[in-house]
Design a protein around this ligand. Structure first.
Ligand code: 3H9
Length: 703
């Protein structure tokens, strides 16, 4: 055995305990321990049964993801052990609790019987890492729950609760006791009734349990819905192989797993898995910092953003007060929230009681005094410095001592707003992304005077409301919008040079971006984008270049606010964007006005380089200025908030895939080709230095 796996005797029952904190992942040491335990059990004929359970908060949450990159990694030892475990001639029982995921569920399915705590979650989340269950999950699960449910669970990665798992036959009994007590009671009952081994691999999956064209349709659907994720197709093929004899299916799964594990897509997605967890860590923050309790939240501003923010807290069961200045604005805001919940209920993802319960947690008010007792108040008024300063001053006076005051600004100087409250230590930026009830990202902006416990409290709260929180320092646009600004800048220059919005969007959507820049801003609102640029101009932040973001400003003047007014960069047929000759005319007119030559030879490669390389370059600046703590934080911002494709790992990870010398060379090329009067193409010192040393941005840490 190893220190992570122990085998102890309890009368004639062998107790196999896995103890590998924090989540009992199946590390190489755990696998070795399991092999040794099976050997010992096999050799000792006094044992009548083997009981497996996990120490700590969970049974086993999966294979050890950190081991997948080891040069000698192989799933074979684990898989061989699982088959040996299943073939044992005395009953093998798994007692489950916590999160039984991936390799953990595969281990459980290799056992003959399963007992679980009612709160246990089950699932195969491998698809989120760009792989498939590689320890016979694609072969054993269909033999228990059938093809259709197995394919659904493995393809979606969605966990199911213990009751669902029990109904589907994954679990034999639910018990409330501790894993050890529940397991012992189950095994003793099993032995008392003389039950023996029961092996899933010996079952067959009837080929006629699904229509003849089931797998062809599933493959077509995987290609259509997930064109950039080879795992989606591989999962269909692996589940299809479960119709064949077990050993053949096993070989097929092993082949597909190995292809995926070594694929660039999976490596990128694994990078994001760890980046997400790293982002939650705040360097230099004392570990014992005492969090402020947040039992109630106030949101000032009942517009789309404020309403979406309020929903997050109601969803987490936190009473929320939503305030606006007029009854009409408040009613409109509450009405939108209700319609959102009702739409979710109509899709069957919520009950009508839940709709009422959540609405019951959101209290509307038209006097801001209603915010006085809230533990956290978030202002979500229009993005205008004067207005926000006024609001912050009011909140500073109004909120109870110790309350946290957050601003939802997307670009403005949080330090200025913090000073306006008169209590800057209580202030933090909480930049939600629209729609705030849906988007996973939350940028948490740390002001110069933000108290450590305020920052830590908000990071913890982000976990409670299931956001991916990334800390940013104070600068224009923080991490995300600052990078988006250079991306939009080039999109508009390309438009003025003659590229159409569809060409621009198409080029980056072919990379896997959820939405190109033109569709994105049309959806967010051209007015919102233009006002931000105008506000930034007032602070003296814009380059002295009249052609800078000239398109968005002209669109704004013309009332073309995007999807909501039926026209922006595109014209809208309902929600469908269609090419609008008027946009080409406006771009041409602006090009003439600013002396920009139009060309007909702009290709997809140029578009991608001109959108992505300045964005990466800005990311490097954000790192060297200490605005982001680490490279992975930038990748999280862009994948969780801007639709950057997860299979590319985020912009910094992508930069390293391309190679920094290539990026530096292309930036220099565009500096020459396009001119560099305003420094748009100046390579950041960090990027230049790492490129010269042929190093990676992802490995960079501040000195
Ligand atoms: C698999 O099983 C493949 C098999 O089919 C084939 C194998 C041959 N490995 O998320 P948290 C770490 S693939 C290594 O903050 P929570 C995590 O990095 C796997 N490390 O906690 C973090 O470390 P740190 C399929 C892992 O309470 C710490 O544990 N399984 C693993 O919010 C705490 O994590 C999955 O994909 C792992 N498998 O959530 C499940 N899992 O403290 C992935 C976690 O140093 N895990 N860590 O930052 C999860 O979804 C969540 O961690 C879980 C707990 C729900 C379990």
């Amino acid at each position: 055995m190893t220190s992570t796996v122990t085998l102890n005797r309890h009368g004639d029952i062998a107790l196999l305990c896995i103890d590998n904190p924090p989540v009992n992942a199946l590390s190489p040491a755990v696998v070795d321990g399991l092999i040794a335990a099976v050997d010992a059990f096999e050799a000792d004929r006094d044992y009548k049964a083997l009981l497996l359970y996990g120490e700590g908060r969970t049974f086993v949450a999966g294979g050890d993801i950190t081991a997948f990159d080891l040069p000698d990694f192989s799933a074979r030892p684990l898989n061989r052990m699982l088959n040996r475990l299943e073939s044992l001639d005395r009953p093998v029982v798994a007692s489950l609790h916590g999160t039984v995921l991936g390799g953990g569920l595969e281990l459980a399915l290799a056992c003959h019987w399963r007992v679980a705590h009612p709160k246990t979650q089950f699932g195969f989340p491998e698809v989120k890492l760009g792989i498939l269950p590689g320890s016979l999950g694609t072969q054993r699960l269909p033999r228990v729950v059938g093809i259709e449910m197995a394919l659904d669970l493995i393809s979606s990665g969605r966990p199911v609760d213990a009751v669902t798992a029990a109904k589907a036959g994954v679990v034999d009994e639910l018990r409330e006791e501790s894993p050890l007590e529940a397991g012992l009671a189950f095994v003793e009952a099993l032995l008392a009734r003389g039950a023996g081994p029961r092996r899933i691999s010996e079952r067959n999956v009837p080929a006629d349990s699904v229509p003849a064209d089931f797998f062809d349709r599933a493959l077509a659907q995987a290609r259509r819905a997930k064109p950039f994720h080879p795992s989606a197709r591989a999962i269909v093929l692996a589940v299809q192989a479960s119709l064949r004899p077990f050993a053949e299916g096993e070989a097929e799964e092993a082949k597909l797993f190995e292809q995926l594990r070594t694929s660039p897509e999976s490596k990128a997605m694994r990078h994001l898995f760890f980046a997400e967890r790293q982002a939650a860590r705040i360097p230099g923050l004392p570990k014992d910092v005492e969090l402020r309790p947040v039992r109630s939240v106030g949101v000032l501003g009942a517009g789309t953003m404020g309403g979406g923010i309020a929903m997050n807290f109601a969803n987490a069961g936190i009473p929320t007060t939503l305030v606006d200045t007029t009854q009409e604005a408040l009613d409109r805001g509450l009405g939108i929230i209700r319609r959102n919940y009702e739409a979710t209920a109509a899709k069957g993802r919520m009950t009508t009681e839940q709709v009422e319960q959540r609405m019951g947690l959101i209290h509307g008010a038209i006097v801001d005094g209603a915010l006085a007792d809230c533990d956290l108040v978030i202002e979500a008024v229009f993005e205008n410095m004067d207005l926000k300063k006024k609001v912050c001053a009011r909140l500073g006076a109004l909120c109870r001592p110790g309350a946290i005051i957050a601003t939802n600004t997307s670009t403005l100087d949080v330090d200025v707003l913090a000073e306006a409250t008169g209590r800057p230590a209580d202030v933090v930026g909480m930049h939600f992304f629209s729609p705030a009830n849906v988007m996973r990202l939350l940028e948490v902006v740390r002001g110069a005077k933000t108290a450590p416990e305020v920052l830590a409290t908000v990071m913890q709260l982000a976990r409670t409301i299931r956001k991916v929180a990334v800390v940013s320092g104070v600068c224009y646009g923080f991490i995300g919008n600052r990078m988006a600004e250079v991306y939009m800048r080039e999109a508009e220059f390309l438009m003025m040079e003659g590229a159409s919005p569809a060409q621009i969007d198409g080029a980056v959507e072919a990379l896997g971006m959820a939405m190109g820049p033109c569709r994105m801003l049309d959806m967010a609102g051209i007015d919102v984008g233009a006002k931000t640029v105008i506000e930034y101009g007032k602070t003296g932040g814009l380059p002295p270049d009249d052609s800078y973001r000239a398109v968005v400003r002209r669109m704004f003047e013309l009332g073309r606010f995007g999807q909501k007014t039926g026209a922006g960069y595109y014209r809208y047929d309902g929600r469908k964007p269609v090419a609008d000759p008027e946009t080409a005319r406006i771009a041409k007119e602006l090009a003439a006005q600013h002396g920009i030559a139009q060309r007909s030879d702009i290709g997809a490669e140029e578009i991608v380089e001109r959108l992505m390389y300045p964005l990466i370059n800005e990311g490097a600046r954000i790192l060297e200025e200490g605005i982001a703590y680490r490279p992975g934080d930038i990748d999280m911002v862009w994948t969780a908030g801007y639709g950057f494709p997860d299979h590319q790992g985020g912009p910094i990870y992508l930069a390293d895939t391309i190679g920094l010398p290539v990026i530096a060379e292309r930036l220099a090329h565009y500096a020459k080709a396009r001119g560099n009067a305003f420094g748009y193409w100046t390579v950041s010192p960090l990027l230049a230095s790492l490129a010269a040393q042929n190093k990676r941005l992802s490995d960079w840490t501040p000195a």
